[in-house]
Structure formats: structure tokens, C-alpha cells
Design a protein around this ligand. Structure first.
Ligand code: COA
Length: 371
């Protein structure tokens, strides 16, 4: 049974940045206009006033200061509050595939491979631009990879579910080298007209090349992977292919992103470290032998608490780095970006644990050792 290793990673973030102040100015202008236009109905108790947002609240409650976004103007335009993305003709690469390819090419380059060296492509992300053909099929074709390709979704934990499956396929001998990529265009999913969620997400794409150990040096041994779920509706995006049919019954139905932030916080802070610890138990890895944990970036207080429960010691920037101040929550790409940004300083033989958590709830964990 061959061991698997992460040969390389890649990530890409758009250069457009929205600061909290910019986001709040636009949201508040939208809220004030809505409240003025609906003043009579609000006074009569028929319509709910839209509450104002606040930059200090955002940074204190979440730790997020800025986010990088694919398209900025539409998000900040109070007549839109949604990124503007032109539909593309069928013979052009789709927007999300192009977005993914930026990180894929970097991962290939860092490994010294071309697409022809890959024999499986998994797109593992929160959502894909279309139902079929899979985004993975398009990416496989664009890079000239062989073998199979498929898409999977598991919200913010998706990349580690992709790694979990890639690890299994490699160990079973079904594949030799798998590309797992996580293109997350979360600002297209987010609802920028709701103050409790408008600040959370940013856009980013990440990729990993996972392969069978053929004795060459370099990369990170995958010591083990693990995934667990616990159903919850507390974080939910209802956009989907049935919306069109649902509007036949209720033409005003607007699918949206819903979150009970308090519940998600409490539930996930309890669940995520248990899953990581279950993995560690499975492979006899003691917390004191883990130099670093790379966590999904959702909220700085969650990162603090989850890191402490995995590592059995207080979080520091050294043992559990945070990147969400600059990027916000970039869903499943965040754990891979975090790993790439904060792993060069580790020595051969040192071990780290990745842990990603989110809607589902789904939690994925992976233990890796530098070769
Ligand atoms: N500006 C100002 N006030 C805001 C606000 C905003 N943008 N958003 C919410 N508030 C208000 C709330 O309405 C509430 O007011 P109330 O006390 O009058 O009801 C108050 O601030 C406190 O809100 P609360 O939800 O208790 O804040 P919080 O400290 O729990 O932080 C989150 C909110 C969303 C940042 C936090 O719950 C969180 O991060 N949860 C996890 C969400 C997450 O990570 N999701 C992705 C998982 S992968």
C-alpha cells in the first residue's frame, strides 16, 4: 500500500481589496436609503428597519479587516450589492475554472509538473458554477490531465474532504497523482445586504497535488486524514437548481444565505477539535508532537479556541497562524493557503495538523509531516 504525500500547493487571491470601512459605507448607504423609502411602513410596524453595520463591530467580533474579491464595483454598488460577472460563451473557459486554474498552474509549477503528470482531478469547494459538466472536467481538459475528474461540495471543509479521498485513492493504488483544487468565489454566494454576514467572506483559490510516495525527497507525508459530519441548518445557502421550480409556487421566493452565527460558533468550536483529536488518536499523534495547526479561517476567536483544544496549549501566531485579517473567510481554500504561507520554516520531520470546518456541519482533518 503506497503512502501518499502532498507534493506541492498553490493559491491565488484577486488584487481587488475591500476594507471594512468601504464595505460598511456601502451597506449603510443601502440601509439608510431602504429605511427612508420605507419610513411609513417601518413606523407602522409593517416592514422591519434595516439595522446599520459598523467597522469596529466587524473587527472585534470576527478579526476580519479586509477581504480580496473577484469583482469589487458590484459588491459596493448599492443598487446591486452582488459582484458583476459577464456570462461567457460555451466555447470559453468558465469564470470559476479560470479562477481555479490560477492556483492549479502555481501548484504544478512548484512541483515541476505539467497537467499530463496528473491522473485525477477533484474540485472540492463550497459551490460550483454549474451543475454539469463538472468544473473538474473542464480543469482536467484545460491542463491536459489524464484519468478521472469529479466535483465535490462540503462548504468550508471541502479541501480536506478532497485530500481525504485523494489519500484513499492513492493508498488503494487507484491513482498515482491527484490534483485537488478549491476555487472559492464566496462573494457570489454571500448576501451583502445582511449586516450579520456581509463582512464574512473573501474570494481565493487554492490547489494541492497529492501523490504516491516514489521515494523522491521533498513534500509532506500524509500521516492520516479523517472527516466527520453532524447535521445542522444553522449555516445554509439555498441557492440551487430547484429554485426555478420553487418560484413556480412562490414567485417572490428569494433563496439566500442564512446563518445563526452564535450557534455556528458554539457548535463548531465543540465539534471541530474533537474530529482533529479523533484523527490524532487514530494515528497515535500526541498534541505535544504537533508543531503547528493550520486552521480554517472563519473567526479569530474560533481559531483561538479550536487551536487550543487541538494543541492542548494557548494559540500563538507560531503554532496556529491566522490569515483572516487580510483575506476574511475564503471557505475551503483558506486552510491550504494558510498551510502554504506558514510551512516553509518547519524542519524535516516536524508534524502539523490541518483542520477545516463549516456548514454541514462538516469537519476535515489531516496530519502531515515534512519530508
Ligand atoms: N454591525 C453592527 N452590529 C452587528 C453586526 C454588524 N455588522 N452584525 C451583528 N450585529 C449585532 C447583532 O445584531 C447583535 O445585536 P443585538 O445584541 O442587539 O441582538 C450584536 O451585534 C451581537 O451580535 P452577535 O451575533 O452576538 O455577535 P457575535 O459576537 O456572535 O459575532 C459573528 C457575530 C457572525 C461574527 C460570530 O457569531 C461568528 O463568527 N460566528 C461564526 C460564523 C462563521 O464563522 N461562519 C462560517 C463558519 S465556516
Amino acid at each position: 500500500m503506497p503512502n501518499s504525500l502532498i507534493r506541492s500547493t498553490g493559491y491565488w487571491v484577486p488584487s481587488n481589496v475591500i476594507t471594512n470601512d468601504e464595505l460598511v459605507a456601502s451597506y449603510n448607504a443601502y440601509a439608510e436609503r431602504f429605511n427612508a423609502e420605507n419610513a411609513a411602513a417601518i413606523a407602522a410596524g409593517e416592514v422591519e428597519e434595516v439595522p446599520l453595520s459598523n467597522s469596529d463591530f466587524i473587527v472585534n467580533a470576527s478579526g476580519i479587516k479586509r477581504r480580496h474579491v473577484y469583482e469589487k464595483e458590484g459588491i459596493l454598488d448599492i443598487d446591486k450589492m452582488v459582484p458583476q460577472i459577464a456570462p461567457r460563451p460555451i466555447d470559453q473557459v468558465s469564470t470559476q475554472a479560470e479562477f481555479a486554474l490560477k492556483s492549479v498552474h502555481q501548484a504544478l509549477e512548484r512541483a515541476g509538473y505539467t497537467g499530463a503528470d496528473i491522473d485525477g482531478v477533484i474540485v472540492a469547494s463550497s459551490a460550483q458554477q454549474r451543475n454539469f459538466p463538472g468544473l473538474s472536467c473542464e480543469i482536467q481538459d484545460a491542463i491536459g490531465a489524464k484519468g478521472f475528474s469529479f466535483d465535490l461540495t462540503m462548504a468550508c471543509a471541502a479541501a480536506l474532504y478532497g485530500l481525504h479521498i485523494a489519500n484513499g485513492l492513492i493508498k488503494s493504488g487507484e491513482a498515482k497523482r491527484i490534483l485537488v483544487c478549491s476555487p472559492e468565489m464566496m462573494t457570489c454566494i454571500n448576501v451583502h445586504t445582511r449586516r450579520d454576514v456581509h463582512f464574512i467572506f473573501g474570494d481565493a483559490s487554492a490547489a494541492m497535488i497529492v501523490e504516491a510516495d516514489d521515494g523522491r525527497p521533498g513534500g509532506w507525508d500524509v500521516l492520516g486524514t479523517h472527516a466527520e459530519n453532524k447535521w445542522s441548518s444553522a449555516l445554509r445557502s439555498d441557492f440551487g437548481f430547484i429554485n426555478r421550480a420553487e418560484r413556480q409556487i412562490d414567485p417572490d421566493y428569494e433563496p439566500h444565505l442564512d446563518q445563526d452565527g452564535h450557534r455556528v460558533f458554539k457548535d463548531v468550536v465543540g465539534f471541530a477539535p474533537k474530529v482533529a483529536r479523533n484523527l490524532m488518536k487514530k494515528i497515535d499523534l500526541e498534541p505535544e508532537d504537533v508543531r503547528r495547526t493550520w486552521l480554517h479561517q472563519a473567526n479569530i476567536r474560533m481559531v483561538d479556541m479550536i487551536a487550543k483544544r487541538i494543541l492542548g496549549r494557548d494559540r500563538t501566531e507560531e503554532n496556529a497562524p491566522a490569515i483572516l485579517d487580510e483575506y476574511g473567510n475564503t471557505s475551503s481554500s483558506s486552510v491550504v493557503m494558510n498551510f502554504q504561507m506558514h510551512s516553509d520554516d518547519m524542519a524535516a520531520g516536524e508534524t502539523g495538523v490541518m483542520c477545516a470546518f463549516g456548514a454541514g456541519y462538516g469537519v476535515g482533518a489531516a496530519a502531515v509531516r515534512k519530508r
